[in-house]
Design a protein around this ligand. Structure first.
Ligand code: ATP
Length: 229
């Protein structure tokens, strides 16, 4: 499942994050959060990766620690974070113990990377609030992007329904939502309209659509395919 910019933008800015494991995935999470202006603490058992994170400035702070040791996590302040990302995919035992440690210590949101379905199941059992399968998700996203390039982003609600971000089709230019009547014609609802940075949510029926703007639309995948993109 992917997140939409539209949804991500609604998060508060002062959340604090810790990323445990600075492999390719962990580094990417760290760097993206840091770039967006969030406080991020990066940690790894490998000192070389910790130093690299500091020199490349991909985190606000970086500490070398063994995340299977609750004391080390506590000392580093990991338990005070709002969200902890356990980015250890290949070391099953370490990934499971770390997830258990942070969840048991009361961290509100724990997101853990899984390398297989069974690994994901175990992570959920030990308390992960969200389990991600980056390689699988990237593969699905690529396939969707190759076949539906017009969808800028997509949030799958379930197997049949999605919320998508799309550019306003040329055909819709200068028409109001009530003129377009997307609910009746396509079985779709427009949740928001914006320029990619700022959105108007629950737009009025009198809202005029312009080519180049982005609309966030909810509906069945079947109906979404019918948009004239
Ligand atoms: P990817 O690049 O796809 O993220 P990777 O092979 O780099 O995969 P993993 O093997 O999943 O990543 O490991 C991620 C990081 O987790 C590694 O840099 C590793 O040093 C770190 N790590 C492993 N065990 C621990 C631990 N007990 N405490 C802290 N960090 C750990």
């Amino acid at each position: 499942m992917k997140s939409l910019n539209f949804l991500a933008n609604s998060n508060t800015k002062n959340r604090q994050f810790a990323v445990i494991g600075l492999g390719r995935f962990g580094r990417a999470v760290c760097a993206s959060l840091h770039k967006m202006g969030y406080e991020v603490l990066g940690t790894d058992i490998d000192e070389r990766l910790v130093n690299q994170a500091l020199t490349q400035r991909i985190a606000s702070h970086a500490i070398q620690l063994d995340s299977t040791e609750p004391e080390s996590l506590k000392e580093a302040g990991i338990f005070e974070m709002d969200t902890v990302i356990v980015a250890i995919g290949n070391y099953l035992q370490e990934s499971i113990i770390t997830t258990l440690n942070v969840k048991e210590a009361g961290v509100e949101q724990v997101v853990s990377k899984a390398s297989s379905e069974i690994h994901g199941k175990v992570l959920r059992r030990v308390g992960a609030d969200r389990v991600v399968f980056p390689e699988y998700e990237a593969g699905c996203a690529l396939a969707s992007n190759l076949t539906q390039p017009a969808f800028l982003d997509r949030f799958e609600l379930d197997i049949e329904n999605s919320i998508v971000e799309v550019l306003v089709p040329r055909e819709f230019h200068n028409q109001t939502l009530s003129q377009l009547d997307l609910r009746k014609r396509f079985g779709l609802n427009v949740l928001a309209i914006g320029n990619g940075e700022k959105f108007i949510t629950n737009p009025n029926p009198s809202q005029v659509l312009k080519e180049g703007l982005v609309m966030v639309v909810i509906g069945s995948n079947k109906n979404l395919q019918r948009l004239p993109l």
